[in-house]
Design a protein around this ligand. Sequence first.
Ligand code: IPM
Ligand code: MG
Length: 355
Amino acid sequence: MKYRIALVPGDGIGPEVCGAAAEVVKAVSDSFEFNTYLAGGCALDKFGVPLPQETIDGCLASDSVLLGAVGGPKWDDVPNHMRPEKALLGLRKELGLYTNLRPASIQPALAEACVLRPDIAAKGFDLMIVRELTGGIYFGERGRNEAGDAAYDTEAYSVMEIERVARRAFETARKRGGHVTSVDKANVLETSRLWRETVHRLGESEYPDVRLDDMYVDNAAMQIIRDPSFFDVLVTSNMFGDILSDEASQVTGSIGLLASASLGDSSRGMYEPIHGSAPDIAGKDIANPIAAILSAAMMLRYSFDLSKEADAIEKAVTDVLTDGLRTADIKVPGQEDWIKGSEMKAAILKKLGRE
Ligand code: IPM
Ligand code: MG
C-alpha cells in the first residue's frame, strides 16, 4: 500500500515549487501517491471559500500534506474571513498541527549571502525555531466596538498548550545541541509569565539534561542579528515565532532555501517552504524550488522515518549549491549565469540519479 500525500499547491509560485518537490519525492521512493487539493486564493476563485471542506477532508484522509504557499495581491480586498491566509490557519487548526519547526542555518556554499558581520557569519549558525501554531493571539477572540474606532485581539494560552509545544522543543534539543531558549515577554504579559513557569516546570521535571534559559522577545530579536550562534532551539508563542522565524531566515540571506514542518500528535504533518507565494515572479520559472524540496525532505524524515531518503535529498541540494548552481534569489550581485527554477529541479534530480 502506498502512503497518501495531499498536495496543496496554493497560489503564486506555490504550484511550481510544490510540483518540483513532489517530483523529487517520486525520485527517491515509489511508496507515495499524490492527490491535489485547492486552498487559498485559487480555492476562493473556484469555490468561493479559501478552505473548502473537500480540502480539509482530503488532508485528513492523507498520511501527510505538502503545501506550496497561499495569498497574493489579487485577494487583498476580500473580507477578512475570506482571506487566503485563513486557509493556512484553518488547515493548521483542523489537522491539530500545534508545533511549527523552522530551521535556519547558513549553507557553507552560500556563506557570502549571509547578512551578518563577516566575523560573525564565519562562525556559522544552525538554529531551530519551535513556534506554537494553533493558539495565542492569532486564534484568540478579536473584534471592534460598535463605532468601529477601537479594536482588540486576545492572547490566551493554557498550560496544556504550552506544555505540548515545549515538550517538542526539549525533544528536538536532545537530538541537536541540548539547549533550549524559551522566548517570551514575561516582563509585561501574563501569558508570558505562565509560559515561562510552565516551560521551567516541564524542563526541571522531565528534561534536566537539556540546558534551559529564557530571553525576552525583543532581546532575542537583537541576539539573532548580533550573534545567532548563541541559539540551538528557541521555543516561543505563535506571534513571536512568526516574527522571529522570518528574521532568522532573512539573516541567512537565502530565504528561498528554508523549509518548515508543522506537526501535531500523529505522524501526519504539513510541510511548506517559508518564503510565501511571491506573486511577482509566479509563472516565470524564476522561483527557487529548494525550500519546497527541503520541506519534502523534512516530511520524509518526520512523518515517515525515511531518513536515508531525506539525507539523499539534502545532500543533492548541498551538492548543486557547492557546484555553484544559483537561482536568481541566491545569486551574488552581478552574477549573470543564474538558472531557472526548472533547471535547479533538474539538477537536483540528476544528483539523485534521475534525469
Ligand atoms: C507564516 C505566515 C502565516 C502565519 C500567515 C500567512 C497567516 O506568515 O506561515 O509564517 O502568520 O502563520
Ligand atoms: Mg510568517
